[in-house]
Design a protein around this ligand. Structure first.
Ligand code: DX5
Ligand code: ZN
Length: 216
């Protein structure tokens, strides 16, 4: 069993972003996870469209853009133009989620839905076939380096059963607090993609850390 690995550049050295991206290009990372925070949906501001565009100029891996913003519909096209391959919007920020998912697909991107720790997976049932990836938050969004919430294991199992019963092809991505201890169990429960920020970038050998996560 092995998962796709999506290192989050939120934990990268922003003063050396080009080198960090080139390091990820040389690694076994599958995606580059790009965390966009607006200071409204979440209590923190990260970076936005110009930085995403700059990352994309050097990236040789697909950009997995996680929009932690209100009114994501207003910015979908801008992020597609900035290089996003996958765009995830938050369930909690979308009044017309089905429409938003179609808009993402019409731009030629894969459509993702992120859910906060308090949001039950059952709420996705009627749109599951339209979702390419569920970004299940295993911390409250807004900051890197937080503690993993163990309830996530049950949520993965439930969502996996829902996906199998609807014959959807949705990937389950887990985001927040991932390390070498919880990663094997997450994959065992059905996770397809693991996001890792601090665990990768605070290690002195990030390339080896990414390979180790991949070999689980
Ligand atoms: C949290 C972000 C995560 C975060 C992961 O709001 O969505 O992607 O950067 O970082 P770690 O792995 O450090 O929890
Ligand atoms: Zn994220």
């Amino acid at each position: 069993m092995s998962a796709l690995i999506a290192p989050s550049i939120l934990a990268a050295d922003f003063a050396n972003l080009q080198q960090e991206i080139e390091m990820l290009n040389r690694s076994e990372a599958d995606y580059i996870h790009v965390d966009i925070m607006d200071g409204v949906f979440v209590p923190n501001i990260s970076f936005g469209i110009p930085v995403t565009e700059a990352v994309n100029r050097h990236a040789k891996k697909p950009l997995d853009v996680h929009l932690m913003i209100v009114n994501p519909d207003h910015y979908l096209e801008a992020f597609q133009k900035a290089g996003a391959a996958i765009i995830s919007v938050h369930y909690e920020a979308c009044t017309h989620l089905h429409r938003t998912l179609q808009a993402i697909k019409d731009l030629g991107c894969k459509a993702g839905v992120a859910i906060n720790p308090h949001t039950p997976v059952e709420l996705l049932e009627d749109v599951l076939v339209d979702i390419d990836l569920v970004c299940m938050m295993s911390v409250n969004p807004g900051f890197g380096g937080q503690k993993f919430i163990p309830k996530t294991y049950d949520k993965i199992k439930k969502l996996k059963a829902m996906i199998n019963s609807t014959r959807a092809h949705t990937l389950i991505e887990i985001d927040g607090g991932i390390n070498e201890e919880n990663a094997p169990k997450l994959v065992e429960c059905g996770a397809d993609v693991l996001v890792a920020g601090n665990f990768v970038f605070s290690n002195e050998d990030p390339i080896r850390t990414i390979s180790a996560l991949k070999k689980l």
